[in-house]
Design a protein around this ligand. Structure first.
Ligand code: 5GP
Length: 179
């Protein structure tokens, strides 16, 4: 279904708002169960793409946690990343001996996540898991662990629900492909 036309580009919905909301509830339930006995859970949202997902997901959690953010800048563009990552905003939390759940918008080549995990492991968390909204395993260059995933996707460039194209479309309530 073609829904919108902006600057000659149409958006074709591939995941609806309803499907997203349902998935976020399911993931929130699962994570709440898995961490029910865990102390000191720190949820880390990766700026900026994962913010929409992280906020929605965190509201579904029934367990205590603290929320922190890490900002990264990847060289290349969102449609053509080079895998060179720089931290632009570090955590405010000391995660040593804490249970850490890293929230990603999408794991595509895995290069960004690989960098982040290596960096976070040097800080000696008690545990470190990954929850990504979208997973594109067919595009992987770096082998990275994904503990929770919203949707597995085939190779396509998508926008919405935090994901941008030149900083646009983050606020779409759906996941869409730019036509
Ligand atoms: P990686 O390739 O390192 O796994 O992903 C790097 C970053 O590129 C992601 O965090 C995301 O910001 C961006 N990215 C990768 N695939 C897509 C996509 O299909 N759409 C958008 N908007 N960004 C993507």
């Amino acid at each position: 279904m073609i829904v919108k036309k902006e600057e000659e580009r149409s958006l074709e919905i591939v995941i609806t708002e309803e499907e997203i909301n349902k998935k976020v509830v399911q993931l929130g339930y699962l994570i709440s169960q898995d961490y029910a006995q865990a102390k000191e859970l720190v949820i880390i949202a990766v700026l900026r793409g994962s913010v929409y997902f992280a906020v929605d997901l965190s509201r579904q959690l029934t367990i205590p946690f603290t929320l922190d953010f890490i900002g990264i800048s990847s060289y290349g563009t969102s449609s053509d990343p080079l895998g060179i990552v720089r931290i632009t905003k570090d955590l405010d939390t000391n995660i040593a001996q804490k249970n850490v759940l890293l929230i990603e918008d999408i794991v595509d080549t895995g290069l960004t996540l690989n960098y982040l995990l290596k960096n976070l492991r040097t800080r000696n968390p008690l545990s470190l898991r990954v929850c990504t909204f979208l997973d594109m395993p067919g595009r992987r260059i770096a082998a990275v662990p994904v503990d929770y995933r919203g949707f597995e996707m085939s190779d396509m460039f998508v926008v919405g629900y935090g994901l941008d194209y030149n900083e646009r479309y983050r606020n779409l309530k759906v996941i869409a492909v730019l036509k």
